[in-house]
Design a protein. Structure first.
Length: 303
């Protein structure tokens, strides 16, 4: 993949970021991108393609960095730096596009409930993590190159100033674009030493680009981390709400069972009471009939 990207850059017309964006213009990073399943799945697929492209570019950038460290001529260095700049510019655009897609999906699924919302949030979180992994990989490539690039600048500066201390070398590298360093170049008469200082000054420009790239990647990583933390908090709240609802339902079920048992017991007691009352009424009626109509006297008189 990285070799293919280098071949594209070295071809008669390297593919530009705009070309890639036109190919993926169906992506809709607006808030309504996930209005239905088709749009959402299309957004997921598009973002995955962007991340794959980013990772391919990172590998190609790493190879170009290695070439820069061993370039022997200014022409080779200039050509290589031009390809690095083009590839880094494209990669930065792809990173921002992928970031926009992930944030759009997060906004669209923020208030979705039920299983569909959970599935979409899981897919969006997975893409965010993949993007963060790509950013970390890119940061690692840039940090490694920055370290090696500074080491080469140190060696070149010592060609011009063999007796320089470590602090002087560090200061020269950090201020190579300043007037004092330019004055050192002008006052250096030995050709090899002057060329070495000029090389340090030229490499300082690339060093600044690398440092800027690392800072941008750090901010992007923090942004994605914040997005994941926020979404995890939302998921936790939803889970807590579901747990509370389940608990309420279970408590309600228990109370309902108690009410049913209580009602059944009450009904049984009522039936018993009714039967007792009926029996009592029958007994009273019998006694009234027996004594009221002098059945007792008849009986005793017959004896």
């Amino acid at each position: 993949m990285a070799r293919d990207r280098l071949n594209e850059l070295q071809g008669p017309r390297s593919r530009t970021p705009n070309d890639y964006e036109m190919k993926n213009q169906y992506a809709r990073p607006a808030g309504g991108a996930a209005s239905d399943d088709t749009d959402f799945l299309q957004q997921v697929d598009n973002t995955q393609q962007l991340i794959d492209r980013i990772k391919s570019n990172i590998s190609a950038i790493d190879q170009l960095h290695s070439r820069s460290l061993v370039a022997l001529s200014n022409d080779d260095t200039t050509k290589n730096n031009r390809m690095v700049d083009a590839l880094q510019e494209e990669t930065n655009r792809l990173l921002q596009q992928a970031r926009g897609n992930v944030k759009a999906m997060a906004a669209a699924t923020k208030r979705m409930k039920g299983s569909e919302g959970n599935v979409r949030r899981a897919q969006q979180s997975q893409l965010a993590k993949k993007l963060m992994n790509a950013v970390q990989e890119y940061q690692g490539v840039q940090e490694s190159f920055k370290k090696k690039w500074k080491q080469r600048m140190e060696r070149e500066y010592r060609i011009a100033r063999p007796t320089a201390t470590a602090a002087e070398v560090e200061n020269a590298i950090e201020t190579a674009d300043g007037p004092i360093f330019s004055q050192q170049i002008l006052t250096t008469r030995i050709g090899e030493q002057r060329r070495a200082l000029e090389e340090v000054q030229n490499r300082h420009v690339e060093l600044q680009k690398i440092e800027q790239s690392i800072e941008q990647l750090f901010n992007l990583f923090q942004d994605m981390q914040l997005l994941l933390d926020t979404q995890q908090e939302q998921i936790t709240q939803i889970d807590q709400h579901v747990d509370n609802t389940v608990a309420y339902v279970e408590d309600g079920g228990k109370e309902m069972q108690k009410a049913v048992v209580h009602r059944r017991n009450t009904r049984n007691r009522m039936w018993c009471l009714c039967v007792a009352v009926i029996i009592l009424i029958i007994v009273i009626a019998f006694l009234i009939w027996w004594f009221g109509f002098n059945h007792a006297g008849v009986t005793f008189g017959s004896k």
